[in-house]
Design a protein. Sequence first.
Length: 309
Amino acid sequence: MESFFLKHLNNTGITDRLNDDCFHLKNIDSSHIIAADSFIENIHFYTKKKPYQNHTTTCARYNHPNDWLGYEGIARKAFLVNISDIISSNAMPKYAMLAITLSSHLKKTEILQIISGIHKICREFNITLIGGDTTKGDRLIFNITLIGKLMGKYIGRDSIRDGDLIAYTSARLNDIGGSLRYLTSLLRYGSCVNRIHNNIESNRFIEPKLRLSFMQRANRYINSCLDISDGLGSEIKRLQEINRLHFKPFFNINRTVFESGEEYELLFSFYPKHKETLLRIAKKCRISLHIIGRFTRCSKTYIRDIKWH
């Protein structure tokens, strides 16, 4: 449905660069970009009660899935996923507009928790909230528009060159995939899984770690970039279609790594001559860099399209 909508919307002739999460306002102000994203109850997060079972015992009580994040955490993550798009385009977030739908089941204390989450994330990234809209509805929805200031050149998704290497970032001495494992456990066992999962995996899903420091140092060596929100496989497939090039992996990629979404690590391409420089920068930033293949004009590599949400 989404693909059908975008295809026919593009055919109207009123669109420009819908294949990117950000838009460079070069005809108005070449130093700023803009991005918009949604964070919707029952699609991106749950707040309604549902029963769950444990491996060893059946839990008689009902689990509140909102315990996964808490309302403050929900508001924080709603902004983080949008900030991630700004950073992956080589910019710093500056201004935000928020259109929020407050669900009828919210209590005043929960609304204050949402405000606390918005306040803390805006203070952390020095973002000024400049407007938006507030409505009441049957579920909690965040629609956020961010304006960011470039830290140098604009880095989009359509600048991959033939022969470029492709890599992604992760926590030091670690790999992606934890977000999928943690979400699977949450959907199966509920918030009690927090007691049996390690902090690295739960923190990655609850509060993504954005690689701002790495981007600030590495931006001059990066040709094209995006964040891993729908899964590594889906993002690579998207890059293939946008750039009309084909991904050639250097090795077989673990299925969990390939399918895990909401990692919000950077996936980027670069010239092979910059490989050692980027590895040194990653080491200085205390993160890992995984070089997984290259883009070429050779025969197409089939990638199964996994829908994250």
